[in-house]
Design a protein around this ligand. Structure first.
Ligand SMILES: C[S@@+](CC[C@H](N)C(=O)[O-])C[C@H]1O[C@@H](n2cnc3c(N)ncnc32)[C@H](O)[C@@H]1O
Length: 254
């Protein structure tokens, strides 16, 4: 069986599977961070925006939003969401390691483990380079990483499954301590448009675990000042029990 590219089939079920994720809290946290750093961005890029669950609410709050994602299918969902509520968002398909957009941004966000899809320090460096070029001087870069603790405690060797009317899925995770890579094996059965059959699809997702020190070192190397690494959704320093760490970095102006 051929594997579908990551998120190409997941897109159809993503919002349903993530319905318990508190995106409202996430959106508020972004604005709290802007306030805390006394920063008033106007134009924001949501890198790896997915189905626009943070992009769209931020547009509703008055920011000029841009969204970029590698998976067109995820962005199709995001576009529909934006259209439904009459918000104009600039969407572009692209890779966070290698994108060029016809604008610069006051802030760039990359949320919900998306940075972990840069599967090594070389890829992470490429993302930081692209983000640096796309930010205005003194612009903020806010992103999170999932931690090894989160993967080991909540995902390693675990299988999740759901059986819905329009789709079913099986989601298995294996973490390799040796190379700090988490492999997610997703099998979907998606109902065909005629409603009579379900088609099977498989995706493999690969995510890398990064340590705070290596992220910090790379940010500095690429011209950012790391302002903080918080235990996500708080203003507390990250700690060894953090499941997600939220970084705030500022582009140094030369
Ligand atoms: C866990 S989802 C998060 C989506 C969104 N940020 C959210 O909070 O719902 C990860 C997203 O990263 C995107 N992604 C993964 N690797 C990427 C890359 N190299 N360039 C751009 N997007 C990428 C996927 O297509 C997917 O939409």
């Amino acid at each position: 069986m051929d594997f579908a590219s990551p998120y190409s089939r997941f897109a159809a079920a993503y919002d349903k599977i993530m319905e318990n994720v508190d995106y409202h809290r996430w959106t508020n946290y972004m604005e709290d961070l802007f306030d805390f750093y006394d920063y008033k961005p106007r134009k924001i890029l949501d890198l790896a925006c997915g189905t626009g669950s943070i992009t769209v609410p931020l547009a509703q709050r008055g920011y000029e939003m841009w969204g970029l994602d590698r998976a067109v299918e995820m962005m199709e969902q995001a576009k529909k969401k934006a259209e439904r509520i009459g918000e104009h968002i600039h969407f572009a398909q692209g890779d966070m390691r290698d994108f060029v957009l016809p604008a610069t941004f006051d802030a760039i966000l990359c949320l919900y483990d998306s940075i972990n899809y840069a599967v090594g320090l070389t890829e992470l460096e490429q993302v930081f380079e692209r983000v640096f070029d796309a930010l205005v001087p003194e612009g903020l870069f806010i992103f999170d990483i999932t931690t090894e603790r989160n993967i080991v405690q909540n995902f390693h060797f675990q299988t999740f499954a759901e059986n819905e009317e329009s789709f079913s899925y099986i989601w298995k995770n294996i973490y390799s301590h040796r190379d700090k890579i988490c492999r997610t094996f997703l099998t979907f059965f998606l109902r065909e448009p005629d409603g009579n059959f379900y088609r099977k699809y498989e995706e493999i997702h690969i995510q890398k675990i990064f340590e705070v020190d290596e992220v910090k070192k790379l940010l500095h190397k690429k011209g950012f000042k790391m302002l903080a690494a918080y235990d996500a959704f708080t203003f507390n320093r990250w700690h060894r029990h953090s499941d997600r760490i939220n970084f705030v970095a500022r582009k140094h102006s030369s």
